[in-house]
Design a protein around this ligand. Structure first.
Ligand code: ADP
Ligand code: MG
Length: 658
């Protein structure tokens, strides 16, 4: 209603950045590139785009604001739409993979950096945008780096057209403004990359945050987080607590111990409401986080670094920082094909500062760091750019479609030749590029799917094999952000019993197919409650299945655009189905050895089948798999049995030595 919006308007005016509004707009108008540094909470992400829109500085174009994470993009759009007193998807919208809310009226769009890089494919000059704001640039994600490089080139082209152009061309003149934003940025480096772009500092954070360090170093951060939480809970004034942990496993284990202890508290202490936030949650699953706490209740939010930047969680006054995070890292050595894996490591100073900042969004806050001040001093300043440590396969393919070679780009940091050649090898095995590293028509088609190249390859193969319907079913589950099977240690046997009916002798992929088909049947006959009950009974994650259904409809549309009939089904022809998957997973394949282990066909590692697989303990001549997990051994997860001759048929093995 109007009164709520009135309140929001008052809040906007109180933000530290509001005082500098006119000057900021002027600077952005006068400079091609502006580097904007301001403390967290000063109002950069929510206000700058609105200032540009309201002052008319963005002209008739759209203002893009990029975010490294989808939860940030979607929640910011919700907030800014409310501040604009408008429905989400009208003037303010968002666009993230598999989800978009926008309309022809949209003037401010929050996107993931991945989405805007993808938009380059259809609009190489990003001509519908008049301002592109690259937010949280300090995170240096792979897509942010590619975007920053492309923006430099695009701006050269778009802004250059203006000078000396004839009258007619002036009408088409469509200059681009670039704004690079962060709270903790190596501003000089960005400025140098953009020919000494102007750096502007916005002073003042909204509210002070007092930071405490541990006096001694902690060995068990989960336990220490729990103790700290209960100290806050019993000693401190009301206010929600946000705890940063590295990953989902730690979140689950801390949640358990907090619940256990909370039940033993005396009655005069407030209730505890635990919610969690991590990447592998389906959209909406973390919505509880954003709701206000009920009366006499302290909300305790357990989060990974996805809650670290950009977002505001109302009510949070206390932050507990374990000092740990998971980082994606590319393992190329001794493993055949390279791939990304997650490693737990100490965070960087910039992360520590961002985490503390989450406590001062709405009022004064406290941050408890579970590490010593010395440990803070020895932390790296900011994360190593992702481009130096992640798989480049998907990006190199997208760049090839833009006639760009990664090696030739003007990049802030250049990846090493080993990871470039490993990505090129994968693309060559997928037939996406030819011997001369030129894009093939197949590769161009693969890039049009919002999927990893290996999955896109399987979808394309399914057309020839006549099983697109089945392959889309399976790939949509594999592309969902959480696991399909609920895995609770105490119920492992019951779960396996309840899911026995889905098991398929050929392995995990057809098992997944059985699950999603049964789920679709339930969905057509029963309502939401029936679906939920069915999933609970079979120990299946309903969010995964509902997300997969959405992804599937997106993939069907993509197939439609490419004139692939998604409705073609192979019935019981599982051979065709496995063959289609093998086209994509050829690099992830292994043959049985005389000693019962499996050896990679395209690498040298000896691997075992993961205990969670249908094929665990089975000996089949050849397997394909979704991924490798490194513990004390190398395990293949998501495994299906295929015939050895499949690989000859698809020609994959001929390529491996080239
Ligand atoms: P910055 O990008 O500089 O860190 P933001 O523009 O994201 O700052 O947010 C500025 C302030 O706006 C926050 O400190 C908070 O007070 C308020 N705010 C932003 N988003 C929300 C939200 N979703 N709910 C409540 N308050 C919010
Ligand atoms: Mg921000």
């Amino acid at each position: 209603g109007p009164s709520t919006n009135g309140l929001l308007q008052d809040q906007r005016k109180l933000l530290p950045i509001a005082r500098g509004r006119d000057a900021l707009v002027r600077e952005i108008q006068e400079n091609d590139v502006t580097i904007l540094l301001g403390e967290t909470g000063s109002g950069k992400t929510t206000q700058i785009p609105q200032y540009l829109l309201e002052s008319g500085a963005s002209g008739s174009g759209i203002i893009a604001v990029t975010q490294p994470r989808r939860v940030a993009a979607t929640s910011l759009a919700v907030r800014v739409a409310a501040e604009q007193n408008d429905k989400l998807g009208k003037r303010v919208g968002y666009s993230v993979r598999f989800d978009e809310r926008s309309s022809p009226e949209t003037r401010i769009k929050y996107l993931t950096d991945g989405m805007i890089v993808r938009e380059l494919l259809s609009d190489p000059l990003l001509s519908q945008y008049s301002v592109i704001i690259v937010d949280e640039a300090h995170e240096r994600t792979l897509r942010t780096d590619l975007l920053i490089s492309n923006l430099k080139m695009i701006q050269g082209k778009r802004n250059h057209r203006s000078t000396g152009s004839k009258e007619k061309e002036k009408e088409k003149f469509n200059p681009l403004k670039i704004v690079i934003m962060s709270a903790t940025l190596d501003a000089e480096k960005f400025s140098m990359f953009y020919q000494n772009a102007k750096i502007i500092y916005v002073k003042g954070r909204q509210h002070p945050v007092k930071v405490y360090h541990s006096l001694e170093s902690q060995t068990d951060y989960v336990e220490s987080a729990m103790r700290t939480f209960f100290q806050i809970h019993t000693d401190q004034t009301p206010g929600d607590v946000l705890i940063f942990l590295p990953g989902q496993e730690d979140i689950e284990s801390l949640e358990k111990s907090i619940r256990l202890f909370a039940n033993q508290l005396p009655h005069d202490v407030m209730d505890v409401l635990i919610c969690s936030m991590y990447a592998a949650q389906a959209p909406g699953q973390n919505s509880k986080v954003f709701l206000p706490s009920p009366a006499r209740t302290r909300k305790c939010i357990l989060a990974t670094n996805i809650a670290e930047t950009s977002i505001t969680i109302p009510g949070v006054k206390y932050v507990i920082d374990t000092g740990m995070c998971k980082e994606k890292r590319y393992l190329a050595r001794n493993t055949g094909g390279g791939f990304d894996t997650l490693l737990t490591r100490a965070i960087t100073k910039s992360s520590a500062m961002q985490r503390a900042g989450r406590a001062g969004r709405e009022g004064m806050g406290l941050c408890f760091r579970l590490y010593t001040e010395d440990a803070f001093d020895t932390m790296d300043l900011s994360p190593e750019p992702e481009i130096l440590r992640c798989s480049l396969t998907s990006s190199i393919l997208q760049l090839k479609c833009l006639n760009q070679d990664l090696e030739d780009l003007d990049l802030m940091d250049m990846p090493d030749t080993e990871s470039i050649s490993s990505a090129l090898k994968t693309l060559w095995l997928l037939d996406a590029i030819d011997q001369n590293k030129e894009l093939t028509p197949l590769g161009r088609q693969m890039a049009l799917f919002p999927l990893e190249p290996v999955h896109a390859r399987a979808v394309i193969a399914s057309r020839e094999q006549g099983c697109t319907s089945e392959v889309l079913d399976i790939i949509s589950v594999l592309s969902a952000s959480s696991k399909l099977f609920v895995d609770v240690a105490e119920h492992r046997e019951a779960a396996s019993e309840a899911r026995r009916m889905f098991r398929h002798a050929s392995g995990d992929h057809l098992t997944i197919l059985n699950v999603i088909r049964a789920y679709s049947d339930i969905s057509t006959t029963g309502g939401k409650a029936a679906r939920r009950e069915w999933c609970r009974k079979h120990f299946l994650n309903e969010k995964t299945l509902s997300e997969a259904s959405e992804i599937r409809s997106q993939l069907r549309q993509a197939c439609g655009r490419m004139r692939i009939d998604w409705n073609v089904s192979c019935g019981d022809g599982e051979g065709q189905l496995l063959k289609s998957l093998a086209y994509g997973l050829a690099q992830n394949s292994a043959f049985l050895q005389p000693d019962g282990s499996y050896k990679q066909t395209m690498g040298h590692s000896v691997i075992k089948i993961h205990p969670g697989s249908v094929l665990c303990d089975k000996k089949v001549p050849a397997i394909i798999y979704d991924e490798l997990i490194y513990t004390n051994q190398i395990y293949a997860r998501g495994v299906s049995s295929v015939q050895k001759s499949t690989f000859t048929a698809i020609g994959a093995l001929n390529r491996r030595s080239s």
